[in-house]
Design a protein around this ligand. Structure first.
Ligand code: HEM
Length: 293
């Protein structure tokens, strides 16, 4: 814009049409703003390479960005088809993020003690604005995560993606499945209602029969385990489901297991990259290419 351009409308001050033209000449179009934004130091310090057509620049743009570099720079096109992965690993991860956020908000309203836990949940559900929505987002999100983790495992099995070189990641996955189930189980007790109480009573009773570590399991009694020092006792912080069990479930549920699961997820995603990205259907080879080999 030149000086003369800006001067002109000023001469028409007081006139509505003139004011409109002045304002319009000063407002930048979205494409101009976009162009200016990309010239700023801040933008250039974050995005170091342009996403233009050359494969080299596209790869550099991915590799030099902290978020994009989690993905491989190049992938097998068929491997990211929804009907190959069902997007199940990604959906499971997004559910975990949702559970972490809603769980953190739930912690603002919850005391893990016998006198308060149930009352806190009732208060949240019936009195706190959007409390019922928050509680149900967390509860249904947890049910969904258990289902999607299993479905993801089924898809990995059906596509044979557990075979070398991905057998290590399969084992990380088995641990992730275990932690997902444990998150679900420890969360069950927290509302301190009848449903949770009996679920944890049944679940921890099974722990009595754990081989070696349970006082009713194979080799347990021989190793000196009793009802007062075995794995069930350690889980409950006592020999019955009571205040200590609630506190232990809370700490496992809100701190220990989420940290362990997050670390394993980082390893899991890193491994997907290092194993040459998602497995994908076998690449098709043309007859002419096969003949050249
Ligand atoms: C918290 C649970 C889990 C999360 C968030 C997760 C996430 C992911 C993601 C995002 C991928 C990329 C491909 C895709 O979306 O399918 C993936 C791949 C993979 N996952 Fe999981 N996963 C979880 C549990 C499991 C379980 C339970 C197993 C098996 C026991 C498993 C084994 C694998 C394997 C072997 C791959 C590589 C597959 C391939 O290359 O095609 N994961 N996972």
């Amino acid at each position: 814009m030149t000086d003369t351009d800006t001067d002109k409308p000023n001469q028409e001050e007081g006139n509505e049409g003139g004011l409109f033209t002045t304002l319009r000449s000063k407002v930048k179009s979205p494409s101009e703003l976009n162009k200016e934004l990309k010239e700023t130091v801040l933008w250039k310090s974050i995005f170091r390479h342009k996403l233009d057509g050359s494969p080299r620049n596209r790869s550099l743009a991915v590799l030099s960005n902290v978020f994009l570099h989690l993905h491989p720079a190049r992938i097998n096109r068929d491997a990211v088809r929804y009907n190959f992965t069902w997007g199940m690993g990604g959906i499971t991860f997004y559910l975990f993020v949702n559970l972490t956020l809603t769980g953190t908000l739930l912690m603002f309203y919850f005391h893990p003690s016998k006198g308060e836990a149930y009352r806190d949940i009732m208060f949240l559900q019936y009195d706190v604005p959007f409390g019922n929505l928050l509680r149900n987002m967390h509860r249904w999100g947890a049910h969904a995560m258990v289902i999607t983790t299993w479905l993801h495992m089924v898809r990995v099995f059906m596509t044979g993606s557990y075979k070398p070189p991905r057998e290590f990641n399969w084992n990380i996955g088995v641990l992730l499945l275990l932690f997902t189930m444990l998150l679900s189980f420890t969360g069950y007790l927290l509302p301190d209602d009848q449903l949770g109480f009996w679920a944890v009573t049944v679940g921890t009773n099974m722990a009595r029969a754990t081989p070696i570590l349970g006082h009713e399991g194979p080799f347990g009694p021989e190793l000196g385990f009793t009802a007062f020092n075995d794995v069930r006792f350690a889980l409950l912080g006592g020999s019955v489901v009571d205040a200590n069990a609630l506190l232990r479930a809370y700490i496992w549920h809100c701190i220990a297991i989420p940290i362990l699961a997050s670390v394993l997820m980082i390893v899991h995603f890193w491994r997907v990259r290092k194993d040459g990205a998602i497995s994908g259907p076998a690449p098709v080879m043309l007859e002419s290419e096969a003949a050249r080999k």
